[in-house]
Each structure stands twice: as structure tokens, then as C-alpha cells.
Design a protein around this ligand. Structure first.
Ligand code: FBP
Length: 548
């Protein structure tokens, strides 16, 4: 690998750790826990890992094992900045406990565990990847671990390598898998522990004990830089409306954070669209109204932020997608053997309920085809592949044309569509993510050495300086509820959507009318790695608002 000057300079960055992790660590047990919902079902499905106490770390005498242990790490799902630092934190934490401890990386995601594809991570390898973006140290993948045969194969491979614990670094679905695996390994009395680490740029793996998932900070800062650049371009040329779709799957946390950082003219929040029962037509009316009002002030330009999961939140579309999910899950073979999209659409229309068939027929063909694309291995619609920004541009254009004819609009509308997603997932982690990830990895090593399983590493108090962060472990069962997946009820970690009564959304609500009417753009510029702490170590606006 040819390293860039920044990469070389970042190699020597020493991530900051919470005070409690700097010396020997004492583990303090808190209260017993309950799952967020469906306690009866979850406790039955997880008899060995349900109800475990919350753990917090303090400086003090450690009860950790000093016997040499081996740990396998897995990077699961979409890339998120800082994954390499989680691994270096695990590595350094374990080596500090006993230099004979070993770390193996399973290659290409959870599939590597089942297929026994791994490599041992040594000083050379780890040093090469410190503070870098990407998951290329061992690769990632989206294989879902759900069959007993996969668990048994994984266990057999762990035993052969002498692995005592697995760390699964992933989002809500991957940590659900971690929990299922932990329970299975305990039932089998296998002696292999499983620990989860909260990863995802989407920011939707969060709760009382997990303030944010790693990668959200860096990804939002990258997108905000780009949005700021576009806004400055728009305000210079004054001739384009930019419709910017932002990654984030279902939740609108990324769109909301980027809005707070850049102050665009329109920000759609899917959760609000759903709560207000808004139709696609009403979303179009809202955007068009802002365009018309700005045009009346001579400003034929602007920015619209669109969360990538928007279509799933409009009541009619949500119902349609849910019916489509069931139809596609139950007719996988039949649908996959059809040669044309037309054939697929006709097949699906016959199976949809009458009202949903009507909604489906009313959609442009290109958009309807995108709704039928393969689901990911966890049954999710691949919203990144749905071109919502183009759909909105076309519909706003059509609406404005009508308004112009009726004499209600006199401006010019020329629009550009963008999608910001993949460009943010492998950026060099911000100081926040570099520190947070390293601390999460270090926390995982402490949980392992204490013999814990079925826990997620947790680091809190994140708006304070890193030395004051609070590290510990949270039982994964605490975050679970029952949801319909692939046509059946399954235990899964509850996704955290944007809370409409939460401080970050209220901050947007208070200011958005002013941002719509006026041009109040903020240009955040690129992430800074060297320089004053107020520039380099700043947490997200979401965390800052939530901590007020
Ligand atoms: P994770 O939930 O696995 O972290 O994935 C995040 C994400 O970037 C989503 O925002 C996006 O919808 C999805 O991955 C895209 O998936 P893929 O990389 O498979 O195209």
C-alpha cells in the first residue's frame, strides 16, 4: 500500500482513552436489565443472556484472567470510519493484559467465520492500519449468521484456532446475530464468548447506554463538508436547486445532523413524514412551496436534504413495501427466474392487495422496479439503490410547471441530484471516531478478559473530554424486541429512529423556516486532524443537543 502523507502523519496519533481504561480495571455490576419490549418472548429465546446486569469500569484492582487468550474479530455490514481503531484497541488491550494473547481476524465478514478464512493480526499489520478509514484490514460482509449449521461450523473453527472469544463489530442486525450466537455458545457450554461493538454510520444503533454508533461522526462531517461546498456553489451561481439524498437506511439521523451542520433550505425527516401521515404529494407540495417563495425573492436556487429511507416512511409506500417484502420472500425462486422487470411487475401486482396494487401501478416504472430489487440478507429494502432524489426532482418540476401555467409561480427551476453515501463510509476517522473506536475496542478486551458474553461495549459521556468518558458493557438482550422480518416474527435489536420530541429535531424545527426563506448556509469545511481542539475534537451537533 502506498501511503499518503496524511496517512503517515496519522499513524503516530495516540487515541485518547477514558481515565478508567488507562490502568487496571475494576468491573462494577449494576442493576439487572429487561429488554425494551416483548420481555416474555425475548426472555424465553435468550434464557442464558437475558436480564444480565449493566457493567461499568472503574480504575481499581482487576479480576481479569492472566491466562493467555485468543480472540477472533469480525467486521460486519457497511463500512464505518474507525473500524481499524476498534481492532487496534482490542489488540492493545489484550496485549497489555498478556503479551501472549492473540488476535485473529475473520476475513470478509461473518462468512469468514463459517468458511474458516482468517489471518492472525500481528504488530506489523495493526500498526499499518492505525487511525485509518476502511475495513480493508480484514474486509467486511453481510452474511447473516442464523442457521445452527453456521453456528456449529463457526464454533468448530474457533475451537481449532483455540479462540476463546469473538468480537462482532456491526450494526443492529449484526449485533442481533452476536446476541443469538452468544446465547447458542452458552447453551452449548462451548466456552467461547461473544462481544458486540456498535458500528454504523447510520447512527440508528443507540439508546440510553449507547450514545452513538461509531462512524456517524466522521461520515456526517464528510457529507456536511460536501453539502457546504455545494451550497457555496449554489449561492455563487444562483441557478440550481440541489436535491441531496443522504445515506442512513431507515433513520434520518444523518440528514438531521448534516442539516444542523449546514443549514440548508429544506430538510426532509422521514420520521416526521410518517408521524404526520404525509403522502408523496404532500412532500412535493412542501418542497415546491419553498421553491416558489424563494423565487419570489429572486432566489432560484437552494438545497434539499433527503434521507435515503424516505419512501419507506410514507404510510402508503410503507404498506406497499411491507407487502412486497412478503411477496418477494415467499416467491423468491419464481421472481428471480423472470427475465424482464415488466414480467416481475405484473406478477407482483396480481399478489398485492387491491389498494396497494393501485399505488404500485401509479408509480413510474423505473421507480417501481427499484422497489422490487433484491432485499439484503437481513430482509431490508436496499434504499441506497432507490433514486428518491430523482423522483422528487421530477415531481417538483411537474408541480411547478402546473403552477406556472396557473400564474402561481414565475421563477426558473433547474435541479441537480446527488447521493452522498459511500464517499463518507471509509474516510480517515475524525479525532472523535479515532478516540471513540479505540476506547470501544479497549472496552471489548476488558469484557473478554472478565469472561463476559452477550454484552456490547459501551462508552458514554461523549461530549466531555475523552478522559471523562465512561466505559462498560450493556447486555445486548436489553436492546431487543420482536419484529417482522422475511415474513416471520424475529428477535432483533430495536432501531433508534429520530425522536420528534428529541433535542436535535427540535433544534431543526426551531430554525428551518428561517433557513428556508433566507440563505443562511454554513460551510463546515473538511475534517481537521491537527489544530485547535475546538476544531479537531468537536462531537456531532446531535450529541451536543442531546446532552444540553
Ligand atoms: P450498516 O447498517 O451495515 O452499517 O450499513 C450502513 C449503510 O451504509 C446504509 O446507510 C446503507 O443503506 C447500506 O449500508 C448500503 O449497503 P451496501 O454497502 O450493501 O450497499
Amino acid at each position: 500500500m502506498i501511503k499518503s502523507p496524511l496517512q503517515i502523519a496519522r499513524e503516530s496519533y495516540n487515541p485518547k482513552l477514558p481515565e478508567a481504561l488507562k490502568g487496571t480495571v475494576k468491573i462494577v455490576e449494576g442493576n439487572k436489565t429487561e429488554s425494551v419490549a416483548d420481555q416474555g418472548d425475548i426472555s424465553k429465546l435468550f434464557p442464558n443472556t437475558y436480564g444480565m446486569p449493566i457493567l461499568s469500569f472503574e480504575a481499581g484492582e482487576s479480576a481479569a484472567t492472566d491466562k493467555a487468550i485468543s480472540v477472533g474479530v469480525i467486521l460486519s455490514g457497511g463500512q464505518a470510519p474507525g473500524g481499524h481503531n476498534v481492532i487496534s484497541g482490542i489488540y492493545d488491550g489484550l496485549k497489555k493484559l498478556n503479551p501472549a494473547n492473540k488476535v485473529y481476524g475473520f476475513l470478509g465478514g461473518p462468512g469468514g467465520l463459517v468458511n474458516n478464512e482468517y489471518s492472525e493480526l500481528t504488530d506489523d499489520v495493526i500498526d499499518h492500519y492505525r487511525n485509518t478509514g476502511g475495513f480493508d484490514i480484514i474486509g467486511s460482509g453481510r452474511t447473516k449468521l442464523e442457521e445452527e449449521a453456521q453456528f456449529d461450523k463457526g464454533l468448530e473453527n474457533c475451537k481449532a484456532l483455540g479462540i476463546n472469544a469473538l468480537v462482532i463489530i456491526g450494526g443492529d442486525d449484526s449485533n442481533t446475530n452476536a446476541c443469538v450466537l452468544a446465547e447458542y455458545f452458552l447453551q452449548k457450554k462451548s466456552g467461547v464468548q461473544v462481544i458486540g461493538v456498535p458500528k454504523t454510520i447510520d447512527g440508528d444503533l443507540k439508546n440510553e447506554m449507547i450514545e452513538t454508533s461509531f462512524g456517524f461522526d466522521t461520515a456526517c462531517k464528510v457529507y456536511s463538508e460536501l453539502i457546504g461546498n455545494i451550497q457555496r456553489d449554489a449561492n455563487s451561481a444562483k441557478k440550481y436547486w440541489h436535491f441531496i439524498k443522504l445515506m442512513g437506511r431507515s433513520a434520518s439521523h444523518i440528514a438531521l445532523e448534516c442539516a444542523l451542520q449546514t443549514q440548508p433550505n429544506v430538510t426532509i425527516i422521514s420520521e416526521e413524514v410518517e408521524a404526520n401521515n404525509m403522502t408523496l404529494g404532500e412532500v412535493i407540495d412542501h418542497i415546491s412551496e419553498v421553491v416558489v417563495n424563494r423565487a419570489a425573492n429572486g432566489e432560484n436556487f437552494g438545497t434539499v436534504l433527503i434521507p435515503e429511507g424516505l419512501v419507506e416512511f410514507m404510510p402508503a409506500m410503507k404498506k406497499l413495501i411491507s407487502e412486497l417484502n412478503d411477496i418477494l420472500a415467499h416467491n423468491e425462486v419464481a421472481v428471480s427466474t423472470m427475465e424482464t422487470n415488466k414480467e416481475r411487475r405484473e406478477f407482483v401486482v396480481k399478489k398485492l392487495s387491491a389498494d396497494m396494487a393501485e399505488v404500485f401501478r401509479s408509480l413510474p416504472n423505473s421507480f417501481a422496479n427499484q422497489l422490487m430489487l433484491d432485499r439484503d440478507p437481513h430482509g431490508n429494502v436496499q434504499v441506497s439503490m432507490i433514486e428518491t432524489e430523482k423522483l422528487l426532482i421530477d415531481m417538483v418540476k411537474a408541480k411547478l410547471k402546473k403552477m406556472k401555467k396557473a400564474g402561481e409561480y414565475k421563477g426558473k427551476f433547474s435541479a441537480q441530484g446527488h447521493f452522498f453515501g459511500y464517499e463518507g463510509r471509509c474516510a480517515a476517522p475524525s479525532n472523535f471516531d479515532a478516540d471513540y473506536c479505540y476506547s470501544l475496542g479497549y472496552t471489548a478486551s476488558v469484557l473478554i478478559a472478565a469472561g463476559k458474553s452477550g454484552y456490547m461495549a459501551s462508552v458514554r459521556n461523549l461530549t466531555a473530554p475523552a478522559s471523562e468518558w465512561i466505559a462498560g458493557g450493556v447486555p445486548i438482550t436489553m436492546m431487543m424486541n420482536m419484529e417482522r422480518r422475511h415474513g416471520a416474527m424475529k428477535p432483533v435489536i430495536q432501531k433508534a429512529l429520530v425522536r420528534l420530541d428529541g433535542a436535535p429535531f427540535n433544534a431543526l424545527k426551531r430554525q428551518r423556516d428561517e433557513w428556508a426563506a433566507n440563505t443562511m448556509y454554513v460551510y463546515p469545511g473538511p475534517i481537521q486532524y491537527f489544530g485547535p481542539s475546538e476544531v479537531c475534537d468537536m462531537p456531532t451537533k446531535t450529541l451536543l443537543e442531546e446532552s444540553k
